[in-house]
Design a protein around this ligand. Structure first.
Ligand code: PLP
Length: 388
């Protein structure tokens, strides 16, 4: 990422510095509330599963309209615990999109199961349900792996096509585990992320729409048994304060201090989501027809974790924007089938042309609840100048 001093040194006088994310402004807005909440935790001293954790879980479940919420140590751990609760292990196939963050496949491998890659859709960036159907059928026909679950990802904050995926999953008798790491705050119609799948996992990594001041995540589920399993796994497989390991577990809890920070951030989250939507609409209005802009459809609520365009000459545009002080990012430059860590899971029959193409063309622009209209307009102006 370009440092602002380099931008100023190498660029014309009117160059400004627009970071990809600006977490400092949000901190300034919320600082006194966060300080007060952290002081309360320091005073009571219950750093593990203190009262703020339970209160946050209640508030997150209510926000999402989900039956259960279990606050955990990270998005990755949330996914691992969900897979452990489903009993995933060696011989199980878990279907994941090929165009996503590496953790989506990494968690599958971490529990000993096999990630199987599915292509995504050109316009939504999310798992292609028809491709899922084909790939599950192939795995069934091969008879080597047992299809266990599909893990759709809500890329950049836009929920995947859960209705279509649920229908395919039911037909093949597999579970749906939502990798909603990027999409907390999103919705499909009246249903919010967290309640779109029987089990959903999100991340509170600092740059996520709802971000902590460190690592954190949550598991949402409608299923009482899965909720009990995840809460046991979160504390070494124990039930409550019990000393007996009822199942294999991990140290998977969200720290009380992070829960306190997240309570402060959740109190303003609805307004921040609204602002992200406004920023996306401002970009779309100016950029539509000039570059491939992300879909913004009635009834499909993105949390706009990222605003991502597609351009053929992506790397050149990125360099020009960087010289103009505009920070951008490549999420994701390498499809999962090309990561060395996952090479051993490839069959050689993968058909992932859209994932390959998107990896070469995507470019994420500055986004967040605190970016100003003026800054968005500067990004738009520089981008249009660069491609004209
Ligand atoms: C799609 C996806 N899955 C999983 C994760 C893992 O979340 P965390 O970084 O909180 O472990 C992330 C976070 O970056 C993500 O974007």
């Amino acid at each position: 990422m370009l440092r602002s001093s380099e931008a100023v040194a190498s660029a014309p006088a009117e160059v400004r510095s627009v970071p990809l994310f600006d977490l400092k402004r949000q901190q300034t807005r919320l600082r006194s509330d966060i300080d007060r909440r952290i002081a309360t935790v320091l005073d009571h001293g219950q750093f593990i599963l203190g009262p703020e954790v339970e209160a946050l879980e209640r508030d997150l479940a209510a926000f999402a309209g989900a039956r259960h919420c279990i606050a955990v140590s990270s998005g990755r751990d949330a996914l691992i615990m969900a897979l452990m609760a489903l009993g995933a292990g060696p011989g199980d196939a878990v279907f994941v999109p090929a165009f996503t963050f590496s953790a989506t496949a990494g968690v599958v491998a971490s529990v000993g199961a096999s990630p199987v890659f599915v292509d995504v859709e050109e316009d939504t960036f999310n798992m292609n349900p028809a491709a899922l159907d084909t790939v599950v059928s192939q795995v069934v026909a091969d008879g080597v792996l047992r299809p266990l679950a599909v893990m759709p990802v809500d890329l950049y904050g836009r929920p995947a096509n859960y209705p279509a995926i649920a229908e395919i999953a039911a037909r093949h008798s597999i579970q749906v585990v939502a990798d909603a790491a990027q999409s907390f705050g999103g919705n499909l119609g009246d249903t919010s992320v967290g309640a779109l799948a029987p089990i959903s996992c999100t991340s509170f990594y600092p740059t996520k729409p709802l971000g902590a001041f460190g690592d954190g995540g949550a598991v949402f589920t409608e299923d009482d048994k899965l909720a009990e399993a995840v809460s046991q796994i979160r504390t070494h497989g124990r039930q409550g304060d019990g000393d007996e390991a009822l199942r294999l577990g991990m140290t998977g809890r969200l720290d009380t201090i992070q829960a306190a920070v997240l309570q402060a951030k959740l109190s303003v989250f609805a307004g921040e989501l609204q602002r992200r939507q406004e920023v996306a609409a401002r970009y779309n209005a100016a950029l539509a027809g000039k570059v491939a802009t992300p879909l913004d459809e009635e009834g499909i609520g993105s949390a706009w974790a990222l605003y991502t365009i597609r351009v053929p000459d992506r790397d050149a545009l990125r360099a020009t924007l960087q010289a103009d002080g505009v920070s951008t990012a490549l999420f994701y430059r390498i499809p999962l089938n090309r990561h060395p860590a996952f090479a051993k899971y490839l069959t050689g029959r993968e058909e992932l042309p859209v994932s390959e193409r998107l990896s070469a063309e995507v470019l994420s622009l500055p986004m967040g609840p605190d970016i100003t209209d003026d800054e968005v307009d500067y990004v738009i102006d520089r981008l249009l100048a660069a491609i004209s």
